[in-house]
Ligand binder design. Structure first.
Ligand SMILES: Nc1ncnc2c1ncn2[C@@H]1O[C@H](COP(=O)(O)OP(=O)(O)OP(=O)(O)O)[C@@H](O)[C@H]1O
Ligand SMILES: [Mg+2]
Length: 449
């Protein structure tokens, strides 16, 4: 397989070679960022597909987009071989070979996986895959008839993951072969990590040692002074009503009915201005839209955008605008421009605490939901707090990061608090509450699958 790696134009690193030579049935690779996890997996899967007849491999990643990208990577490797081995043209997310082998990107859906018979399953970025336990059960089922093998590769994430248990629990996962690679092992010339890239990341993570430890040293870390622990953030990533983009708003494609609340964090000069829209359904609040405007964007542009939201969404109940840096006049102006539901909020220390406390409580109660948006989630985990002398919490964020999206979202959530929930009758008799069956009357097209 190492020869094959070379054949494709790469020199395998020492740790990639070790992984590729590993004959264990269950393999866990806890490797640093950019160390070559995905490439090693791509090569391993491709080698098997070519050298065995009727070999079936599946790749699952945190999102379908990521698993499609991985299959695309394999397809590009294949073109380096210069041999025509595929049965017909490559399809998106599926490579069928003349020898009967198939490599396919599967969605993170236990039912789909359970229906397959597979020789190998790769979980890329395993620690960031939702419903990991259910998915793993289905994988074991799909591998059972072939006695197939399992690869899980990732940088460490929260300690509330199956990846964590597999990496640390020697009894339950005794048959796992574990590989650990820190950035130190993967620096040039021993690996693909560029010293320049490393320095950039080092500066970015300077005040976030937890993240550095997880992503670069590939070790698990507790983040003690983080206001929103990673585990809590992860627990709020849920499917919800369909999200929409800035383009949808501007092009006029968007027309939605519901109860919407908007938060806007305005930045006078250096930072971004951000706008978030939350939809409230019963007691649950879902982030359905978030967008940022580049530094220096005129406030009138943001006001215009808020007016558009008011037109497209029936009904935006309330808009909270952070007026701390821009002054009251902006909000008065916004009000005059037609934003009758806008209200300025001055973010004093105590107001900030009230808003963040409310936000965190909603998260802890399981009533706050957002899609897997790495940028937003990074902002959340980079939010720090410190007790001030007066006993109040002082919020800050890790240098090199923003927190505008987080504050826009928190303002939208705070705006939704005054609304008394109306219960859907079905919810009251439902024994398995989940966002989906709380609202059976919603068309399926509104849901992200
Ligand atoms: N043995 C190698 N020789 C040369 N380049 C390599 C090697 N392994 C990986 N690379 C290159 O290094 C870069 C990172 O590789 P890859 O995407 O596989 O890493 P990763 O660990 O999956 O990264 P991420 O943490 O971003 O998902 C890619 O450009 C890849 O082509
Ligand atoms: Mg990768």
């Amino acid at each position: 397989m190492v020869e094959f790696f070379k054949h494709l134009g790469f020199q395998a690193t020492v740790y990639q070679e070790k992984l590729l030579r590993d004959k264990s049935q269950f393999i866990l690779a806890r490797w640093s960022r950019q160390s070559g996890k995905s490439l090693a997996m791509a090569v391993a899967v491709l080698f098997n597909a070519l050298s065995r007849r009727g070999f079936r491999a599946a790749i699952v990643a945190p999102s379908k987009r990521q698993s499609l990208k991985m299959v695309d990577k394999i397809s590009r490797l294949l073109s380096r071989l210069g041999r025509d081995v595929l049965e017909g043209p490559p399809r998106k997310g599926r490579l069928a070979f003349r020898n009967g082998s198939v490599i396919e990107a599967l969605p993170n859906n236990p039912d789909t996986v359970r229906g397959e018979t597979l020789n190998v399953v790769v979980l890329d970025e395993f620690a960031y895959i939702e419903h990991d336990k259910e998915l793993y059960d289905a994988i074991i089922f799909a591998l059972s008839t072939t006695n197939g093998s399992f690869y899980g590769t990732s940088t460490p994430g929260s300690t509330d993951t199956l990846f964590y248990r597999m990496a640390t629990n020697d009894e339950q996962f005794a048959d796992f072969s574990r590989h650990h690679v820190s950035y130190k092992d993967a620096l040039k010339p021993n690996g693909p990590i560029d010293p320049e890239f490393l320095e950039k990341i080092r500066r970015q993570y300077q005040t976030d040692p937890g993240r550095w430890k997880r992503e670069m040293e590939a070790d698990f870390a507790d983040d003690e002074d983080a206001y929103l622990p990673l585990q809590l953030i992860e627990s709020c990533v849920t499917e919800g009503p369909e999200t929409f983009t800035k383009d949808d708003v501007i092009s006029g494609r968007l027309a939605r009915i519901g109860k919407f609340f908007v938060g806007s964090d305005l930045a006078p000069k250096i930072d971004l201005s951000a706008v978030a829209v939350a939809e409230k359904i019963g007691r649950d609040v879902y982030l359905v839209h978030e967008t940022a405007f580049p530094p220096g964007t005129a406030f009138s542009v943001v006001t215009g955008y808020l007016n558009l939201l008011n037109q497209r969404l029936k009904t935006v109940s309330r808009i909270y605008i952070d007026q701390t840096g821009v002054g009251e006049f902006f909000v008065q102006d916004a009000y005059k421009s037609g934003l009758k539901n806008a209200q300025g909020i001055f973010l004093s220390l105590s107001k900030k605490q009230e808003i963040m406390d409310y936000f965190k409580r909603k998260m802890q109660d399981g009533h706050l939901h957002f899609p897997r948006d790495p940028e937003l989630m990074n902002e959340m985990s980079a939010e720090r707090f410190q007790l001030s002398k007066t006993g109040q919490l002082q919020f800050s964020h890790v240098s090199g990061t923003h927190d505008d999206r987080l504050w826009a979202f928190a303002l939208a959530v705070y705006a939704s608090r005054l609304d008394t929930p109306t219960y859907h009758p079905v919810a009251a008799v439902n024994t398995h509450p989940s966002p989906r069956n709380l609202m059976p009357q919603l068309p399926r097209s509104l849901w992200k699958i």
